[in-house]
Design a binder for this molecule. Sequence first.
Ligand code: ZN
Length: 92
Amino acid sequence: MRMDGLAWAFEQLNKLSAGICPGCQAKVTYPALVCSEPCKRKWFNQIIADVGETKRVTSSVTGKTYLVPTRVILEVGIKHDDLINGKFPEVT
Ligand SMILES: [Zn+2]
C-alpha cells in the first residue's frame, strides 16, 4: 500500500511529539497525545477542517485509489484488506 494516507496520519501524530495537548496546551506525557477525550475530539475536528473529510489512499498492490474518511484514519487507522475489500469507495 502506498503510504500517503498513513504517512500523513503519522505526520499529524508527530506534531505532538513536544508533549503538548493540541486541544488545551496542557503538558501530556508520551504515549498520551492529548489530555482528554474532549481535547481529542477538538483536535480531530481541527485536522478534518484543515485537510477535508476524506483522504485519497492508493493500494500499491492493485494501483486503485480509495476515498477514506479522515476520521477513520485518525481514530482507527486503515488496513490494506479494508482498503481493497470494498469498505471505502474507489475513485478513478
Ligand atoms: Zn487538552
